[in-house]
Design a protein around this ligand. Structure first.
Ligand code: G3P
Ligand code: CA
Length: 322
């Protein structure tokens, strides 16, 4: 084609170079677009206590694209990074504040706890929470680790990976007079991270199990940041149908199903993709890889056979890159 245009050899050489460059760039961009995304679940929480500086730093060292933050709110209205509504599973709160518990409130049952006594994050100020040891429950060598604030997580991760905050139990905090969605978006705005692409090295994705929370952020607060709807079960087939996926698309950009849902029905991935939604299952960890030889093989199956876009793992170093 270049020859038939009748150009001189130099023009032909440069034209050929431009074509080669365009082809290479297109291939590179397409590879980048298909790049699978690694989210460090509560940091590298397979190796260091979840939601601590140590687990976040390790996640970055192990190549995480995003570091996850589950968010709770202190009595004085500060966002902190902690999975549970209560402090007793991952801190020494029982020793430091032995009398500051509430007896069981059934709607607020924290994960995995059968105790009738609970030490709620929202009953403690940040100054009190900072007195707690959040590391030694995991391993004595982490004694003295602290619960980070969301701001401290932003400062630590910024420029090195993305942030993936989750509005955790926003309806519970709503009943206690807090507006979790506003706190999260205000924090991001204060850090100039509230617009997609604002900091190329620090992309933001917000996730929630609460469709209401996501609706509020997308439809009322008008955020353009990507939103992911977490789904732990779908008994009435409310979400996993063509119509269901379309309805999710009205308030989110992706789904985050429990991995068992996809294992039982890999068609979910196509249904979501056809609706323009990304798919990010949770949680992949050593010791819970089911029928697979190891967690790396399990993650490979989900990423490269089922075709999910990203996943949450406690073991970022096991993520299978191609
Ligand atoms: O956010 C994805 C995954 O973390 C959801 O489960 O309970 O660990 O927050 P959970
Ligand atoms: Ca989470």
């Amino acid at each position: 084609m270049v020859r038939s245009l009748g150009w001189n050899p130099i023009t032909r050489f440069f034209a050929a170079m431009i074509i080669v460059l365009v082809v290479a760039l297109t291939a590179f961009t397409s590879a980048q677009n298909n790049r699978k995304i690694l989210i460090a679940h509560r940091g590298a929480s397979g190796y260091a206590p979840e939601h601590t500086v140590e687990s976040y730093k390790l996640a970055i060292e192990q190549g995480a694209d995003y570091v996850e933050q589950d968010l709770q709110i202190t009595k004085d209205g500060v966002l902190v990074c902690l999975h549970d509504l209560t402090l007793e599973r991952t801190t020494n709160v029982k020793e430091i504040f032995p009398d500051r518990f509430k007896t069981d409130v059934s709607e607020d049952q924290p994960q995995g706890s059968r105790s009738s006594k609970h030490w709620y994050v929202s009953d403690f100020t940040l100054a009190e929470i900072k007195q707690l040891d959040a590391g030694s429950w995991f391993n004595e060598k982490f004694r003295g680790s602290k619960i980070p604030t969301f701001q401290e997580a932003i400062d630590l991760v910024r420029g090195k990976a993305g942030l993936y905050p989750e509005t955790k139990a926003p309806e519970v905090y709503g009943k206690r007079g807090f507006n979790m969605e506003k706190l999260v978006l205000d924090a991001l705005k204060k850090n100039k991270l509230d617009k997609p692409g604002a900091d190329r090295k620090t992309p933001i994705i917000i996730q929630s199990f609460s469709s209401e929370s996501l609706r509020k952020m997308r439809l009322e607060m008008k955020t353009k940041l990507p939103l992911v709807f977490l789904i732990n079960s779908d008994p009435q087939n409310k979400w996993f149908s063509t119509e269901g996926m379309k309805s999710i698309k009205a308030f989110a950009d992706g789904i985050g199903p429990g991995k068992g849902l996809i294992e039982r029905n890999p068609e979910i991935v196509k249904l979501a993709h056809d609706a323009g939604l990304t798919v990010t299952p949770y949680t992949f960890r050593i010791g819970s890889q089911g029928k697979y030889k190891d967690v790396r093989e399990e993650m490979s199956q989900f990423l490269y056979t089922y075709g999910v876009d990203a996943l949450f793992t406690d073991n970022p170093d096991q993520f299978p890159r191609k």
